[in-house]
Design a protein around this ligand. Structure first.
Ligand code: NAP
Length: 276
């Protein structure tokens, strides 16, 4: 069994990107919009700012108060859409209650949608084109690629069907010739389906949701979940110790998919800057 080191891979990706940005001579900019003071969102935004600085991307952070109106938020996103310094726009989710995230995201031009959440970019994924794809699913694909794990012909089972993780990942894997099953809270015989997976990805958001009896001998296990266990410690969805005994490859939490998500955001931003 091999533990896939997402932290190390993300560091390599960032180092390569830094060189590419320097070589391009471009002034690359990412705007991050944060609404309200959610502590977890603040940490994510600070991490993204730090990562940008490390590779030479200029970050512009806009912190809006919790009581900002939909019109004001959409106005800012539209203005950033027309701002030549800004090549990528990221609206940190979730938004406080009362704000319409879908409508706000709709204000971000497709070419600056570095999160890959827009209808246009998701549509391109359905058409098998190469859009700006969502960062976490892209990170999962890079983790597989880094270990020489080809999805072609494999049965990939994804737990979770969110628009940000499960669905775009299903399309990326399908486009890479995997046979894909997407499970969710209404799925019958979930454990049985999981046991058929050559590649098992969990994006549910529950600690110890994936237990050893759900993992086929030799399966690749990718844990997207970010949770806190009963002691407040960061953990994924997978019972790591149990699953690791059966898996051929497994990602840890922390240090697996998480760092790759941020690295992919930086790559998407540079790609958006070079494609303008
Ligand atoms: P989400 O929108 O809450 O989606 C969770 C999915 O899990 C839903 O499709 C839900 O099914 C399914 N689910 C819930 N309970 C289930 C059950 N008992 N059996 C089977 N499926 C079940 O969450 P998300 O945004 O996709 O995120 C999922 C996890 O990944 C969270 O822990 C989040 O923090 C983490 N995450 C990590 C990263 C990273 O960079 N590592 C990035 C994004 C998210 P229904 O659709 O039927 O409700």
């Amino acid at each position: 069994m091999k533990i896939i080191d997402g932290k190390a891979l993300a560091a390599r990706v960032r180092a390569r990107l830094k060189e590419q940005i320097e070589k391009s001579g471009k002034e690359v900019g990412l705007a991050v919009v944060l609404v309200g003071g959610d502590p977890a969102s603040r940490i994510y935004v600070r991490n993204k700012e730090k990562a940008c600085a490390e590779v030479g991307i200029r970050s512009y952070t806009y912190e809006l108060p919790e009581n900002v109106t939909q019109t004001e938020l959409e106005g800012l996103l539209s203005a950033l859409g027309g701002d030549a310094r800004v090549h990528g726009i990221l609206l940190q989710l979730p938004l406080p209650p009362g704000l319409d995230a879908k409508a706000a995201l709709g204000r971000i031009p497709e070419c600056k949608d570095v999160d890959g959440f827009s209808a246009g970019n998701l549509g391109k994924l359905v058409l098998g084109e190469a859009p700006i794809a969502a960062c976490t699913p892209l990170g999962v694909m890079k983790l597989l690629e880094s270990e020489g794990i080809s999805p072609a012909g494999k049965h990939a089972v994804i737990l979770g069907r969110s628009e940000t993780v499960g669905k775009p990942l299903a399309l990326l894997l399908l486009n890479a010739d995997a046979t894909v099953t997407v499970c969710h809270s209404k799925t019958n015989r979930l454990k049985e389906i999981c046991r058929q997976a050559d590649i098992l990805v969990s994006a549910v958001g529950r600690p110890k949701f994936v237990t050893a009896d759900m993992v086929k001998e030799g399966a690749v296990v990718i844990d997207v979940g970010i949770n806190r266990d009963e002691n407040g410690k960061l953990c994924g969805d997978v019972d790591f110790a149990g699953a690791a005994e059966k898996a051929s490859f497994i990602t840890p939490v922390p240090g697996g998919v998480g760092p790759m998500t941020v690295a992919m955001l930086l790559c998407n931003t540079f790609a958006a800057a070079t494609e303008e």
